[in-house]
Design a protein around this ligand. Structure first.
Ligand SMILES: Nc1ncnc2c1ncn2[C@@H]1O[C@H](COP(=O)(O)OP(=O)(O)OP(=O)(O)O)[C@@H](O)[C@H]1O
Ligand SMILES: [Mg+2]
Length: 355
């Protein structure tokens, strides 16, 4: 009887494709640390994100491929790990951050901050290193949603601001710098310098994902963000309402305009429907139906997901509670959205960069 070799294992695993990246996992360099002990084999599969929605499917396919191609094998141990990919290797601004994702909308109040906060909670819950930057200088809601309102920002000996922290997520907001009830009346240049300070003068650690919560619309801060920080991509948030869709269309066109351009990773449709807790067979489309689909087709970008109206989502946001740590009916939707976003980032990072 011949011994099992690493080459045989690689050959077997070369039949397993990453469905998003359209290549086999051996060619993609995802197979690591092969160990063989008689008829027992062990190896690691390194995914491009800990939030990979294909994780279980890939693990099953590896198991089946090894069993199918290596008849002698008696035991297979697969470790699923991840190393988040990036196209920011040579970035000069925020070089420790692998991916920078802005959350934007046209209309106000559609749920940008809710989506931004929950993407941060979700990615961190799944094992990524995450930061969130509140760029809504006029109405900072991230400190409330992340449960760190009123925290005093400390400064490092080098004079850098140390981000606040919640559940391992690093948080920066203009809300930390201005007193509550004090209106922020700043014009363009001050706005941009406040944002630059938040982004550049903060001591961000190594991050897999930095989420930026933008204010609504298409204003000065959007120009500043786009010009100061090359973004990995933008997530658009809209409700299905015609008015919100029209504003979202304008904002999406802005991100396709030279000087402000950034890849649009996809659309989150928020407040898509409402199912009353005491009448679970009823489903109300309060803000209309199908709006995000229209935009998705028009701009040829995917729908990242839908979030229904949940009272618990509002209350957990108001209380600054992490919905991933508790039983919350919204969590399943938030998990799906987190995974779909991480998937889009991995797909984008796999496309060779234009030189
Ligand atoms: N799916 C949802 N179910 C229930 N409440 C929601 C949902 N999404 C958002 N909300 C609530 O709606 C309000 C507006 O949401 P949020 O602050 O996230 O919007 P925004 O787009 O960031 O607003 P702004 O334009 O003012 O920055 C908040 O009170 C939030 O808790
Ligand atoms: Mg907001």
């Amino acid at each position: 009887m011949s011994e099992i070799t690493p080459k045989e294992i690689l050959q077997a695993l070369s039949h397993v494709d990453d469905p998003d990246l359209h290549k086999d996992i051996v060619t993609l360099g995802m197979v690591k640390d092969i160990e063989i002990d008689g008829k027992k084999v062990a190896f690691t599969v390194e995914l491009t994100t800990p939030a990979c929605p294909m994780k279980e499917m890939i693990e099953r396919a590896c198991n089946n491929a090894v069993k199918h191609f290596i008849k002698d094998v008696e035991e297979i141990k697969i470790t699923m790990s991840s190393r988040v990919t990036t196209q920011r290797d040579k970035a000069t601004v925020l070089p420790n951050v692998k991916n920078i994702i802005a959350v934007a909308s046209g209309k106000g109040g559609v749920g940008k901050s809710t989506v931004a906060a929950n993407l941060a909670y979700g990615l961190s819950h799944m094992g990524a290193k995450v930061g969130i930057l509140d760029a809504d200088i006029y109405g900072p809601s991230i400190p409330i949603m992340m449960g760190v309102k009123g925290q005093q920002i400390r400064t490092s000996p080098e004079g850098k601001m140390i981000p606040a922290e919640k559940d391992g997520i690093q948080i920066m907001s203009i809300g930390f710098m201005v007193a509550e009830n004090q209106p922020v009346v700043w014009r363009g240049p001050m706005l941009s310098s406040a944002f630059k300070q938040l982004a550049n003068d903060a001591q961000w650690g190594e991050l897999d994902y930095l989420i930026i919560d933008l204010p609504p619309g298409t204003g000065d801060i959007h120009l500043t963000v786009a010009q100061q920080i090359p973004l990995t991509g933008v997530v658009m948030v809209t409700t299905p309402q015609d008015m919100a869709i029209a504003d979202c269309r304008r904002a999406m066109s802005m991100f396709r305009t030279q000087g402000v351009s950034a890849p649009i990773l996809g659309i989150v449709e928020n407040m898509s429907w409402f199912v009353p807790a005491d009448a679970p067979d009823k489903k109300y489309f309060i803000f209309g139906k199908g709006g995000a689909d229209t935009l998705s087709k028009e701009f040829d970008v995917p729908i990242i997901g839908h979030i229904p109206i949940f009272e618990n989502l509002r209350s957990s946001a108001d209380a600054g509670v992490n919905p991933f740590g508790e039983h919350n009916p919204a969590t399943e939707h938030l998990k799906q959205i987190t995974e779909a976003l991480a998937q889009q980032v991995s797909i984008l990072n796999n496309v060779p960069q234009a030189v």
